[in-house]
Design a protein around this ligand. Structure first.
Ligand code: ZN
Length: 99
């Protein structure tokens, strides 16, 4: 039942006032309006009409806000408590004195 339309954007229907009537591109390359509410269809038959319709519609791309890029992950500060360096016991060198 549902034909795949080459959807270009959305426009308010001038018949029933439906805000999201679809603007699609026909096989001839001209834009046309299809209202899913009242089934109105408006076909452009000239480049001028096509240009007017495309300039008035709400393009799909701008209708979907892109999610803001995520901020960089927090860099956790490294724990600063240093372990005290273990000093080796001072060895008293046993100078064995040979007689
Ligand atoms: Zn309508």
């Amino acid at each position: 039942m549902s034909k795949k339309r080459n959807l270009l954007g959305l426009i308010s229907c001038d018949v029933c006032g439906f805000e999201d009537a679809e603007v699609a591109e026909s096989g001839s390359g001209f834009a046309y309006i299809v209202c899913d509410e009242c089934n109105k269809q408006t076909f452009c038959r000239s480049k001028h009409c096509d240009h007017k319709l495309r300039s008035r519609m709400r393009p799909l791309a701008s209708g979907t806000p892109r999610p803001a890029p995520k901020p960089a992950p927090e860099s956790k500060p490294k724990p600063t408590d240093k372990q005290p360096e273990i000093k080796p016991d001072e060895r008293s060198d046993d100078d064995s004195i040979f007689d």
